[in-house]
Design a protein around this ligand. Structure first.
Ligand SMILES: [Ca+2]
Ligand SMILES: [Ca+2]
Ligand SMILES: [Ca+2]
Length: 200
């Protein structure tokens, strides 16, 4: 290989790496983001995180993302504006760093979801998990008696059910059609450091 060619390849690889890294941090990477804190996708990088795009696969897919909420008073998450071939009836659920219920929303703009600014103003900044599912695929947690039960009350606005542990699994009764897309629009959120820590 000539030196010129080697340099050219080196520059190309560097440019690809630099240009790919920020974009990749905003999309569901690999095959599928997991549905629980242990398998959630870490949204790493630097600066604010304004969008996450991904797909809900057939058979009750849930995608969970580990994020840094740097400004709880300004935090919001919505499924608008929708991409092409969008999930018709999504749900959003927010969990704290230990997997406990914080808040959620099914329908706000028609069937599309929104957790509006002010919802978690009283919560501390730090690591949270944001999950997107399709109606009516809801998270489950253990009660003190050891049974698995729903961990949110209500709907379309979801509030934490008292006396529940961290999220364990999902009801798996959501959408089972062909793959559909979602785009989450966020505010008050920053990217995690490479280790998954919240840089605030
Ligand atoms: Ca997915
Ligand atoms: Ca998933
Ligand atoms: Ca919905």
């Amino acid at each position: 290989m000539s030196r010129k060619l080697a340099v050219a390849i080196g520059v190309f690889v560097t440019v690809m790496t630099l240009s790919a890294a920020p974009a990749m941090a905003d999309v569901e990477a690999g095959f599928d983001a997991g549905s629980l804190p242990g398998t959630a996708q870490y949204m790493t990088g630097s600066g604010t995180l304004n969008n996450i795009t991904g797909s809900l696969l057939a058979n009750n897919d849930v995608d969970m993302y580990r994020i840094c909420i740097s400004n709880p008073g300004n935090f919001s998450a919505s499924t608008l504006p929708t991409p092409a071939n969008f999930v018709v009836d999504p749900q959003l659920f927010l969990f704290n760093a230990s997997g406990y219920a914080v808040t959620g929303n099914d329908d706000f703009f028609g069937l599309q979801s929104n957790i509006p600014v002010g919802t978690i103003a009283a919560w501390p900044k730090g690591v949270y998990y944001l999950a997107v599912s399709s109606f009516n695929n809801d998270p489950l947690a253990f009660r003190p008696d050891g049974t698995l039960q729903g961990m949110f009350d209500g709907g379309p606005v979801y509030t934490p059910t008292p006396n529940r542990g961290p999220v364990q699994q999902w009801t798996d009764n959501g959408f089972a059609g062909a793959t559909k897309k979602y785009r989450l629009t966020l505010s008050g959120v920053k990217r995690l450091s490479g280790t998954g820590a919240c840089p605030v």
